[in-house]
Write a protein that binds this ligand. Structure first.
Ligand code: AMP
Length: 284
């Protein structure tokens, strides 16, 4: 397994792989890997000859006062986990290389997709994501890129951008990987104290309760949201950022539940911001 930090060297390496007829698969991450990331790498391993993991804590997707400075990092641990998953190449650039002095170009997806939910709470977040993903695509030149549906809205934004800009990359969405007790895996879970970790389970409990209500015949989004808010509000250190039920394609809020309805939620537990989501009906 190689590690490359230099952008031009990475481009040369990937152009050579393409010229040799290799399929390049990219798994973009911010590092501090967990089973969620590993599931993307294992799937990626099956889909091409050159499996590239990028590790870059992207300053452009963090807002003022967010956790950029304390975001967990451990390159050696990540390297060992990547090797286990059969990664061929880690792209590990630094922020000065990605955003040198004078850097002025940003990619934005406009409309509801980027202004609701995460976009409403974190106004510059998706602009940072789409910009860095575009740069990763032009540096690594992947045929295939994998993203987790833990970041459900991000996946939709990246699909939209890829289609709109005719980027020749196949986007693969992967299921959410959870801890045994149901908490969605996240690099940020290490911030949680034992008590906060316990209260965080209200997120998955809310999703499960909502899925069960729909299975029992409830179709009213408002009634489901009332129950959801009650479950979340019962936790003393949890502050709801949003809990909404949207159409998975348009991200418009819905009144009546159908197959394309997804519940998306974000909350702060202590100082840690967590997100989770689930379709409310079984996907067939
Ligand atoms: P991050 O390092 O948090 O930017 O995540 C990198 C990629 O891993 C993104 O595509 C995430 O959606 C995905 N990911 C993060 N957590 C999970 C999870 N629990 N299950 C599946 N994918 C995940």
């Amino acid at each position: 397994m190689e590690t490359i930090s230099d952008i031009q060297e990475m481009q040369r390496r990937c152009l050579k792989a393409r010229a040799d007829g290799q399929t390049i698969v990219l798994v973009p991450t911010m590092g501090y890997l967990h089973e969620g990331h590993l599931s993307l790498m294992r799937e990626g391993r099956k889909r091409g000859e050159l499996l590239v993991l990028s590790i870059f804590v992207n300053p452009a997707q963090f807002g003022q006062g967010e956790d950029l400075d304390r975001y967990p990092r451990d390159f050696e641990r990540d390297e060992a986990m990547a090797r286990e998953c059969g990664v061929d190449l880690i792209f590990y650039p630094n922020a000065e290389a990605i955003y040198p002095d004078g850097y002025s170009t940003y990619v934005t997806v406009e409309g509801v997709l980027t202004t609701t939910l995460e976009g409403a709470s974190r106004p510059t977040h998706f602009r940072g994501v789409t910009t860095v993903v575009t740069k990763l695509f032009t540096i690594v030149m992947p045929h295939v890129a994998l993203f987790g549906s833990k970041d459900f809205q991000q996946l939709a934004v990246i699909r939209r951008m890829t289609e709109d800009l005719n980027l020749p990359v196949e986007i693969i969405g992967m299921p959410i990987i959870r801890e045994n007790d149901g908490l969605a895996m996240s690099s940020r879970n290490v911030y949680l104290s034992e008590e906060e970790r316990h209260q965080s389970l209200a997120l998955v409990e809310t999703l499960r309760n909502s899925v069960a209500a729909v299975a029992a015949g409830e179709k009213s989004a408002n009634r489901i949201l009332d129950r959801a808010e009650a479950i979340l509000s019962a936790q003393k250190d949890l502050i709801i950022d949003y809990v909404k039920i949207c159409n998975a394609d348009t991200f418009e809020e819905v009144d009546a539940i159908d197959e394309s309805s997804v519940m998306l939620l974000a909350a702060k537990v202590g100082k840690t911001r967590l997100i989770d989501n689930s379709y409310l009906m079984e996907q067939g």
